[in-house]
Design a protein around this ligand. Structure first.
Ligand code: NI
Length: 228
């Protein structure tokens, strides 16, 4: 879809939340592809992608492989705007859910550690990655800003994936699996999702969150209008 340049007034201007003005979905996707190519040249990052793909195979809830890749891509986009160690960010994003207690019965980040040890990662990098992974959890870090920029970025990247169109889709998908009525999901927006915008750490995430937040408000307004 063409969204840039001069358009006749009869055409609807569509801007996709999460993209810059003048960018359409395809352009944002192409940017992701380009970025993927660069980082995939790093063998450990490529291996982490395959590790997450295997580990989440068959899982189709909100913490599946697609979520991991969206968080990874959000994280790398934010990382480009910050002084940080991008490799730590990439690996923490890719491993952020591999010890999620809802899915795996591990302690002390055993899956992430086993993967990193298997790749021969040095102990200092391993600890930095694990530290960033541990700053992601919403419940454990509600009011706490991570100590490192890498932790801040991965936390923002994960929270961004709970916002906007994806956030709405994930909320209803989760609700459906847990037997919630459609209307019962609306509470989740007020209890959690609408609070996330003010909890971002980095400037890039604040901007993306504001767009996605606005989209959710539009959705809630339309919901109210339709149910009267
Ligand atoms: Ni996550």
């Amino acid at each position: 879809m063409q969204v840039t340049g001069r358009q006749s007034s009869s055409k609807v201007k569509l801007r996709v939340p999460g993209t810059k003005k003048g960018q359409d979905i395809k352009t944002a996707g192409a940017r992701n592809e380009e970025r993927d190519k660069i980082y995939m040249e790093d063998k450990i990052i490529a291996a982490a992608i395959e590790y997450a793909r295997d580990l989440f195979a068959g899982n189709s809830d909100g913490h599946d492989f697609e979520h991991t890749m969206r968080v990874y891509r959000n994280a790398m986009a934010i990382a480009e705007t910050e002084e940080c160690d991008r490799r730590i960010v990439a690996l923490a994003a890719l491993l952020h859910d591999v010890d999620d207690h809802k899915l795996f019965d591990t302690t002390d980040n055993a899956n992430a550690r086993a993967f990193l040890n298997g790749q021969g990662t040095d102990p200092d990098s391993t600890e930095r990655i694990i530290d960033a992974v541990n700053s992601v959890s919403f419940s454990k870090n509600r009011d706490k800003r991570p100590d490192t920029i890498e932790g801040c970025i991965v936390q923002d990247a994960d929270r961004l994936d709970a916002l906007g169109a994806i956030g709405i889709a994930r909320t209803f998908s989760y609700g459906g699996r847990h037997g919630r009525k459609l209307s019962e999901n609306i509470l989740h927006f007020h209890e959690k999702l609408l609070l996330l915008k003010d909890m971002m750490n980095t400037g890039a995430a604040v901007r993306l969150a504001e767009e996605r937040h606005g989209f959710m408000l539009d959705f809630l307004r339309e919901w109210e209008r339709e149910i009267g």
